[in-house]
Design a protein around this ligand. Structure first.
Ligand code: ATP
Ligand code: MG
Length: 695
């Protein structure tokens, strides 16, 4: 499991046979596994011989079980222990029980050795106020109760005292609270760092900077978050936010790296989910003038193919209010109105792209043509994106490709045109997102950045390990990332253990468990012997390769060569053994996903758009002149990168940064899959703010 609960200082338990913990009444308590409740507590009535015991359970039942199947219950003094490493009996039942007891008392944070565990309360708790910030400021872990602020403070103190970069790695499944905790870390750092600012005249600038760092989030969330079945505000991208500090601990700047935006969401929705928040915010919140300019006046969510299929609204959320917060955040961030309009115009263009429908040419065999009302939508797209409509339609319906020395027109079926339109919508959206982050970074990049003696605290908020019924390329990328992070954690544990033993001068043969994960990582990322990503890259540029031939090639390379890999028994794909579980991946569509192709007839037009912003988004698609003066596309010049390549490089840069830091680990846990608090048991949400929570 990702949580390594057994702290190194934990003394090994003597083997005690079937004894449970005696309480004052002399009863021996044990945990029994239970199919419904996971674990039930009970006391041993009788030893039945043959290693069996009779247990009186707390639910009233009496059960006869094998003595080896039960776990010991901790003495009452360990109830609601702050750090699970303190438990005398460290077993799964005790850990779950401890977390549960604490959760019911609104103690959502618990230490587990190196980890801080956070359980989503699904309601606002009064534990993030300024009073709380002050309570944690400059305090050591021993002096306070577990809290995300305690971890943030520790990182901050390490940074200032040791001059060492720090990182806080927040993991957990969707809806568990990663993003909320990330925001709390930043809120805390902004608060404590600002007041540390030693130079008075600079403090105004710094307070602005803190404000701007805090406001980056609503912007990122509007464009990168969406409602899913798991989370009403699910981040559909990963991020690493680096806050840079001066030697004295005041904020000097910030920088955001992002990973793997789920762009398929732009064009396809599951029922009960939504597209990115920004589409709804724009449609509900923009004023008449803007809607006129964006050619969406009088139109709403159901008028657009890309927003029509999913949910319209999120219970308890006003898209109009969110829009207002977004615009406010843009202002605080220092985005000019012109800039805001440029950014939002591309969002409107994406909506219109979804409405261009195509059909079969009446007499022609497969050739696509526009549906009767589609021209109007195409004209809107072109107007908003600053390109002429005729070449756009020509490039879309009759793209010209080079065959040898000749240019020829390709026949396009309606399906191919639809795919090309969706790919464009995704491409424009993803590039806009990237551009948005770049702009935010530009605003947050203050004089302090790049200073030789500055240090950073980086906060990583990325999707945790995923296993779905069907797993594809996206899951492989996410699980590969998590595999690397787990390896990083294991290695860190190992280093600490080693230091501890060395300090105590204990002779010990060291085993670096980080290496355990290497075979799976190699299998994914090694170029030689050729790993999954490299093999995919090779086949992505091979004209005759298909998903099937790629899969067969993988089998021939890896089947029986490593215990971590085997071919799928049913269907086209493979099984990979990760640290967390074995996952079956289906390889349908991987070559396309990896190439992520865009219609280059159209992207070339976009690169020459009259709208500077749009042109800049596609600058890499512009024709460039080669040495002989002939124009060639950049793609052909080898600037093209596959998705796998890009991800591998980004991840390797992230890992290099993490290795330069002192890491801190937060593990978020989801308490239920209903997105709600357990109101019957927890009237706590109505409870007034109290400092006792932490006292
Ligand atoms: P994803 O991977 O889908 O992005 P996540 O782990 O980032 O999920 P969050 O968006 O942080 O999950 O949390 C989901 C929701 O749970 C939040 O919108 C909020 O309503 C609630 N929540 C999470 N943590 C807290 C908290 N500490 N206090 C109050 N509510 C919380
Ligand atoms: Mg999130």
């Amino acid at each position: 499991s990702f949580i390594k609960t057994d702290d190194v200082r934990h003394a090994p338990e003597p083997v005690q046979g079937i004894e449970g913990e005696n309480d004052f009444s002399g009863k021996r308590y044990v945990w029994l596994k239970d199919p419904q409740a996971a674990f039930v507590k009970g006391w041993i009535v009788e030893e039945l011989g043959d290693n069996h015991i009779l247990v009186q359970c707390d639910d009233g039942s009496q059960r006869e079980v094998n003595a080896d199947s039960v776990d010991k219950v901790n003495p009452a003094k360990f109830d609601k222990a702050d750090d699970m490493a303190e438990l005398t009996h460290l077993n799964e039942a005790s850990v779950v029980h401890n977390l549960h007891m604490r959760y019911q008392a609104d103690l959502i944070y618990t230490y587990s050795g190196l980890f801080l565990v956070a359980i989503n309360p699904y309601c606002p708790l009064p534990i993030y106020t300024n009073e709380y910030i002050n309570m944690y400021r400059g305090q050591g872990r021993e002096e306070t109760k577990p809290h995300i602020y305690a971890m943030a403070d520790e990182a901050f103190r390490n940074l200032v005292d040791e001059g060492e970069n720090q990182s806080i790695l927040v993991t957990g499944e969707s809806g568990a609270g990663k993003t909320e905790n990330t925001k709390k870390v930043i809120q805390y750092l902004a608060a404590v760092a600002h007041s540390e600012s030693p130079v008075k005249s600079k403090s105004l600038q710094h307070s602005n900077l803190s404000q701007q760092i805090l406001r980056a989030n609503p912007i990122l969330e509007a464009f990168g978050n969406a409602q899913t079945v798991r989370n009403n505000n699910s981040s559909r991208f990963g991020k690493f936010i680096r806050i840079e500090f001066t030697r004295t601990g005041s904020i000097a700047g910030a920088f955001i790296d992002w990973y793997l935006l789920e762009k398929s969401r732009v064009v396809r929705l599951n029922a009960h989910e939504r597209n990115y928040h920004i589409f709804y915010q724009l449609l509900k919140g923009a004023d008449r003038k803007m809607k006129q300019d964006f050619l969406i006046e009088g139109q709403d969510v159901e008028d657009f193919a890309y927003t029509r299929d999913g949910h319209d609204t999120i219970t308890g959320v006003s898209d109009r209010d969110e829009w207002n917060s977004l615009i406010e955040a843009f202002e605080v961030m220092g985005f000019l109105e012109k800039e805001q309009v440029s950014i939002l115009r591309t969002v409107a263009a994406v909506l219109h792209l979804g409405n261009i429908t195509v059909m079969k040419e009446s007499r022609g065999a497969d050739q696509a043509r526009l549906a009767p009302d589609a021209r109007a939508h195409a004209e809107r797209v072109c107007k908003l994106l600053g390109m002429p409509v005729e070449p756009f339609l020509q490039g879309l319906l009759h793209p010209r490709v080079k065959a040898g020395r000749e240019w020829v027109e390709k026949v396009q079926t309606p399906e191919q045109v639809r795919l090309a339109l969706d790919a464009l919508a995704k491409g424009i959206y993803e590039r806009s997102f990237g551009d948005l982050v770049t702009r935010i970074n530009r605003q947050l990049d203050r004089a302090g950045m790049g200073m030789d003696d500055s240090h950073f605290i980086g906060v990583l908020d990325i999707a945790g390990f995923e296993i779905f019924e069907e797993n594809s390329f996206e899951q492989l990328c996410i699980n590969y990332t998590n595999e690397k992070l787990q390896q990083f954690f294991n290695h860190h544990m190992f280093v600490l253990e080693q230091e501890e033993y060395a300090r105590e001068q204990i002779e010990w043969k060291f085993i670096d468990f980080g290496h355990d994960l290497q075979p799976t990582i190699d299998l994914i990322e090694l170029p030689n012997p050729i790993g999954i990503f490299s093999c995919l890259d090779e086949d992505s540029v091979m004209p005759k390769a298909t998903d099937k031939s790629f899969t067969e090639k993988l089998h021939s390379l890896w089947d029986r060569k490593t215990p971590k890999y085997r071919p799928s028994r049913l269907g086209q794909g493979f099984m990979l053994t990760h640290y967390a579980a074995e996952v079956e991946y289906s390889t349908e569509g991987w070559l396309e996903k990896n190439k992520d192709p865009l219609n280059d007839n159209v992207t070339r037009l976009l690169a020459t758009s009259t709208d500077k912003h749009v042109a800049s988004l596609f600058i890499d698609c512009a024709d460039v002149e080669d040495e002989s003066g002939a124009t060639r596309s950049r793609v052909k010049k080898g600037l093209f990168r596959t998705v796998a390549q890009r991800h591998k490089e980004q991840l390797s840069s992230l890992m290099a940064q993490l290795h330069s830091t002192h890491p801190h680990f937060v593990r978020c846990i989801i308490p239920n899959h209903k997105k709600t608090t357990q109101t019957t048991q927890r009237p706590a949400c109505a409870r007034p703010a109290t400092l006792q929570w932490c006292a």
